[in-house]
Every structure is written in structure tokens, then in C-alpha cells.
Ligand binder design. Structure first.
Ligand SMILES: *Cc1c(COP(=O)(O)O)cnc(C)c1O
Length: 245
């Protein structure tokens, strides 16, 4: 089958599944943004995806994204950084991305705030805070050791969030998480639910910031994530097939 047709078919199937999951959660499918994860795929594939209707692309490496975004300047795509951002690449990330999902430390948030402040005209950079809900050592993100029930860890966590909320050049929009890999999406449901409850908690404590967005759900688990309130799903393999590179 032609690659173009394959991507269009995959996209149609993913959109149907998003719509069905949205209905189950009592929401319109328009409330959910599909980010096509284009990492490892070259500009030619991204062009096919855009022609098929993709509006948002997710990349996890600044270096790789920089070249791709330059090659696709003519397309009206929004670019999302979904991978860990090293502070020495933050300047380039600020120039490249429309939304950074992976703010995972106070120091990174402060660095981004300073870099945006140096730019003219002044603006606010949309960001999400990445949360390591499951506590897996391999996962980036703010730790919630023991989850929301660990009362001892919470004051320090809230103090950090308060400092990030106060940064004038960041526009906080919500939270992001990566669930532990599993072939049974039901095992990830508690992770997504915990992220939503954390978001609700932070929205009550810090009403001056924006908390609408929940970036959660990938190929293996996006339907469960939507049922639990995802507003952004990040999908690679269901659109483009297994990654080779
Ligand atoms: C690669 C990646 C995805 C997409 O994963 P698939 O299983 O291909 O859908 C989503 N989010 C992040 C952070 C990723 O690194």
C-alpha cells in the first residue's frame, strides 16, 4: 500500500478511537488534541501526515526537531517538545516549540523563563509540567513519592510549584505524564487518574495559573487516558507503524 494511504487510513482509525473514547468520557472529540509523534520519521513522512490532516507534531530531541522544523517551515504545523530537555538546549527549544510538555525541574523552568525574557518582543512560553506519577526511576518528571497520599513530600512539592507559577514568562497550561509501558491499558488507568486528581488539586491551590491541559496517553493506552480526562494524546506507532531508527 502507498505510504500516503497507509498514514491516512491509520489517522482515520485513530480519530475514530479518540472519538469513541471521548464519547465514553462525556466529551466532544474536538476537546482532544492529537499530537502525531514524528520522532525518527523524516520530513517527507511528516508532509504526508500533514496532508492527511495532522496539525500538531511531537518530537523528543531538540537536535532532530531543529532540522525537521526547518525543512517544514512552509507548513502550518504546531511543534510540541515531549522529551527531556537539557538546560544547555533550552535556548534552541524556546525558539522552536509551541508547547513544551517536559518541564521537569524548577531549574529548567527558571532557565526557560530567563531565556524568554531576553527575547523581543516579550511573550509567555506555553509549558506543561511533567509528573512522574508512577515513581519509576527511569522516568523524568517531578516525583510524587508515594503519590498524593505521601503527606510529607507534598509541602516541598507545592513550594516548588508556587515558584514556577510565579515565573512571569511561562504560561503554565497543565500537566503531562508518561505511564509505565504495559500491554494492558487497564494497568495504567490509576496513573492517569492520579494525574487528573493532582491537576484538580493544583488548580484549587494555584487558581492564578492555567491547568486545563492533561497530556497523557500514547499508542498503547490513549483510550484509557481519554476516559480519564486527557486533553492531549501523543501518538506515534498507531499512525506511522513501529519505529525502526
Ligand atoms: C515516543 C513517545 C510517544 C509516542 O509513543 P507511541 O507508543 O509511538 O505512540 C509519546 N510520548 C512520548 C513522551 C514519547 O517519547
Amino acid at each position: 500500500m502507498q505510504r500516503e494511504q497507509q498514514i491516512a487510513d491509520n489517522l482515520a482509525r485513530v480519530r475514530e478511537r479518540i472519538a469513541a473514547a471521548a464519547r465514553r468520557s462525556g466529551r466532544a472529540s474536538e476537546a482532544i488534541t492529537l499530537v502525531a509523534v514524528t520522532k525518527t520519521h523524516g520530513p517527507a513522512i511528516v508532509r504526508l501526515a500533514q496532508a492527511a490532516g495532522i496539525t500538531d507534531c511531537g518530537e523528543n530531541r531538540v537536535q532532530e526537531a531543529e532540522q525537521k522544523i526547518a525543512a517544514l517551515r512552509d507548513l502550518p504545523l504546531r511543534w510540541h517538545l515531549i522529551g527531556h530537555l537539557q538546560r544547555n538546549k533550552a535556548r534552541r527549544a524556546v525558539a522552536l516549540f509551541d508547547l513544551i510538555h517536559s518541564v521537569d525541574s524548577l531549574r529548567l523552568a527558571q532557565t526557560l523563563d530567563r531565556l524568554v525574557a531576553e527575547q523581543a518582543p516579550p511573550r509567555r512560553l506555553p509549558v506543561l509540567l511533567q509528573i512522574n506519577v508512577s515513581g519509576e526511576a527511569s522516568k523524568e518528571g517531578f516525583d510524587l513519592p508515594g503519590g498524593l497520599d505521601n503527606r510529607q513530600a507534598l509541602p516541598a512539592f507545592y513550594a516548588t510549584i508556587a515558584q514556577i507559577v510565579a515565573l512571569p514568562h511561562l504560561e503554565l497550561r497543565g500537566l503531562m505524564t508518561i505511564a509505565p509501558y504495559s500491554n494492558d491499558p487497564e494497568t495504567t488507568r490509576p496513573v492517569f487518574r492520579a494525574l487528573r486528581l493532582l491537576r484538580d488539586d493544583l488548580a484549587r491551590r494555584f487558581p492564578q495559573a492555567g491547568w486545563n491541559q492533561l497530556s497523557m496517553g500514547m499508542t498503547n493506552d490513549f483510550e484509557v487516558a481519554i476516559e480519564e480526562g486527557a486533553t492531549i494524546v501523543r501518538i506515534g506507532r498507531a499512525l506511522f507503524g513501529e519505529r525502526i531508527a
